[in-house]
Design a protein around this ligand. Structure first.
Ligand SMILES: Nc1ncnc2c1ncn2[C@@H]1O[C@H](COP(=O)(O)OP(=O)(O)OP(=O)(O)O)[C@@H](O)[C@H]1O
Ligand SMILES: [Mg+2]
Length: 526
């Protein structure tokens, strides 16, 4: 069990939530939901002790172990994969290391012997003998095959690292498990495996996700962060959605009735207060009027950004020609003989035998990497803008959001730049935040603002819906749909592929399959 009493979190003047009292009990899986920037990741950091609340306290049952899905994909670069998983239980991992050191000593003193005996005892209690095989089973279940277990983390691909870190969090049956957007960057098979794992998990899980399908599958309760509060609802996501809509509607209806009553009373008072025979009634109605209190309806922080890509000029006839591209990364040939020609109005969905293949191709098309061989030719009218899968490097300094966006703008006037930020829901004051504190979804909104501002006529987008809340995904889907020029994109979002794409390029191990069709039709053809 874990809980919070009187927890308030403030960043400068902004209150994320105030006086939160909440308890998370064993056997439940809590879905923590809310708009981008509502404070979900911050709340998990408070629960795990990584961050101090402005006020209030966190409590946990004595002797319980808490485990967190690490967000830094590069924190274990020099650890072996199998060891990275076992560090998930830090007490056990420390004991294993200390034991190894003692046994490696050339001379073994009496105190070493005593210490070793003590360590062995605790090691047994923690089921240490099974640790390595448990870790290996978790890895295999997530699709990390045995030959990778002895490699160092730095030798793994990005999506493999994510799986190892997930195995690390799940390792050793923690009492409380905190997962922040665990399905991002996971393939379908691993997501399904994780769903089953969480359904069968007997302790406490608190999971942040924007994926309503996933939330419905695994959650027994929903904690909604909105209106400066965290509210707990029993049931899954759909149940929360229906009941929260109902509560909102009831509140609005009841306020409407009260407003009508107020109006009626005010009219009466205005008409009759000067009238001696009615003045008594008017006075009593004044009293009734004073008693009516409207429910305070705070504005929700769930809002739709306005996403509209406008190109400065139309694409000419020649757009993009890719001829026989090959590329080898870390000894593996990821692109082999890739050729295609993009024409006017193409909104192409890229699929690939591996995620890396598409990402590497997009990096090459964006000019961030060069192919080993082959040619890329853009038409003279083409200007491109790129949405990278990993945007970390764009946000490493401590500029404000306005200054960050201004560096990409020809027009330096602040009002102009703020116009784009306003559409992306960064108000006057919010736009002065430093970019290195932004939430995952807020960063994505910044990258989208940068793309809109560019006025480019060719968009390259590598998984743009990751981190976005549902309102922003809808806005992005509309924006991509409305765009008149050319888009090359890849996404986990089925609906986005289906509603925007009019052509599919599927990168195979040797060459491509290229079809002018919708995504669903293509899947049926496969
Ligand atoms: N040190 C800080 N100073 C000022 N503001 C901060 C700081 N850290 C976080 N914030 C702001 O607090 C808000 C909550 O951030 P958090 O990362 O918890 O959001 P989130 O709910 O996880 O969003 P997302 O769905 O995008 O991941 C954001 O608006 C963020 O910019
Ligand atoms: Mg977050």
């Amino acid at each position: 069990m874990i809980g919070a009493t009187g927890v308030t979190i403030r960043f400068g003047k902004r209150v994320l939530f105030e006086d939160v009292n909440i308890k998370f009990t064993k056997g439940n899986c809590y879905g923590l939901i809310g708009a981008n920037g509502a404070g979900k990741s911050t709340f998990l950091k408070i629960l795990s002790g990584e961050l101090e609340p402005s006020k209030g306290e966190i409590y946990m049952d004595k002797g319980e172990r808490l485990s967190v899905l690490k967000q830094d994909h590069f924190a274990y670069e020099n650890y072996k994969v199998i060891d990275t998983v076992m560090t998930g239980n830090s007490e056990l991992y420390k004991i294993m290391k200390e034991k190894d050191e003692i046994y490696a000593k050339p001379d073994f003193s009496e105190s070493d012997g005593l210490r070793a005996a003590k360590l062995e005892e605790r090691f047994s209690e923690l089921d240490g003998w099974n640790a390595e095989s448990d870790a290996a089973i978790l890895l295999n279940n997530l699709g990390i095959s045995s030959e990778l277990h002895e490699k160092n983390m730095k030798d793994l691909e990005g999506n493999e690292k994510v799986k190892v870190l997930l195995a690390q969090a799940l390792f050793g049956n923690p009492d409380v498990l905190l997962l922040d957007e665990p399905t991002n960057h996971l393939d379908m098979a691993s997501v399904m495996w994780l769903e089953e794992f969480l359904i069968n998990f007997e302790n406490t899980v608190i999971v942040v996700s924007h994926d309503r399908y996933f939330l419905n599958k695994v959650c027994t309760a929903i904690c909604d962060i909105d209106y400066g509060k965290i509210e707990l609802f029993a049931g899954n996501y759909d149940f929360w959605y229906e009941s929260s809509q109902l509560i909102q509607k009831q509140m609005k209806d009841s306020n409407k009735k009260k407003e009508e009553k107020i109006k009626e009373l005010q009219d009466f008072i205005a008409r009759f207060s000067a009238n001696a025979s009615k003045s008594k009634q008017a006075t009593s109605r004044k009293k009734s009027l004073e008693k009516i209190e409207l429910d305070e309806i705070k504005p929700s922080n769930r809002k739709y950004p306005y996403i509209d890509f406008k190109s400065d000029r139309e694409c000419g006839k020649d757009i993009l020609k890719v001829e026989n591209i090959t590329k080898t990364v870390d000894g593996v040939k990821v692109l082999d003989n890739v050729s295609f020609t993009i024409t006017s109005g193409d909104k192409t969905v890229f699929l690939g035998y591996s995620e890396t293949a598409v990402s590497v191709l997009f990096k090459i098309l964006a000019g961030e990497e060069t192919p080993d061989s082959g040619e890329i030719t853009y038409g003279t009218t083409i200007t491109k803008t790129y949405f990278p899968k990993d945007n970390t490097s764009l946000f490493s300094d401590d500029r404000t959001i306005v200054d960050w966006l201004r560096q990409y703008s020809k027009e330096q006037d602040e009002t102009y730049v703020r116009g784009f930020l306003g559409r992306m829901l960064f108000s006057q004051e919010e736009a002065l935040k430093k970019v290195n504190v932004l939430s995952g979804g807020e960063r994505v909104r910044c990258v989208l603002a940068k793309m809109m501002l560019s006025g480019a006529n060719l968009l390259i987008m590598d998984d743009p819906t990751n981190h976005l809340d549902m309102e922003s995904i809808t806005a992005l889907n509309d924006g991509m749909d409305k765009f008149k020029e050319v888009i090359l994109f890849t996404t986990h979002d089925h609906q986005l592929s289906q509603t925007v794409g009019n052509r599919i390029i599927d990168i195979k191990e040797n060459g491509v399959v290229d079809k002018r069709t919708t995504y669903d039709e293509y899947l049926n053809l496969e």
